[in-house]
Design a protein around this ligand. Structure first.
Ligand SMILES: [Zn+2]
Length: 108
């Protein structure tokens, strides 16, 4: 028997078995279906993004919240705090205005 031919045949067989098992796994765990759904989701999100972008451009005005009538910038400005250094642990705090993020002591 020719050894190289047998080896090549075994490799091909192993490869075919691998492909079959892979397809079986993809079917069993619904992997192909999930990927299809994810692609659809991405497409939908893109179309929504484009539509919103076009709306914003056509309105050409600042986005306001319907209930409060505030603009996005109003709210963003309110949340901005001046960074400060803690006197106890010297941490630069950028989120909380009065209590240190690291040691929890009050700004004094
Ligand atoms: Zn501190």
């Amino acid at each position: 028997m020719d050894k190289p031919i047998v080896i090549i045949g075994l490799v091909l067989l192993a490869f075919l078995v691998f492909l079959l098992l892979r397809e079986l796994q993809a079917w069993y765990w619904k992997i192909n279906e999930r990927i299809k759904l994810q692609k659809e989701t991405i497409e939908l999100l893109r179309s929504i993004d484009i539509k919103l972008d076009n709306q914003a451009k056509s309105k050409n005005e600042e986005n306001t919240f319907q209930i409060t009538g505030k603009t996005v910038n109003d709210i963003y400005d309110k949340q901005k705090i001046v960074p400060w250094n803690c006197k106890h642990c010297h941490t630069l705090n950028t989120i909380n205005e009065s209590i240190c993020e690291k040691c929890g002591k009050e700004k004094s």
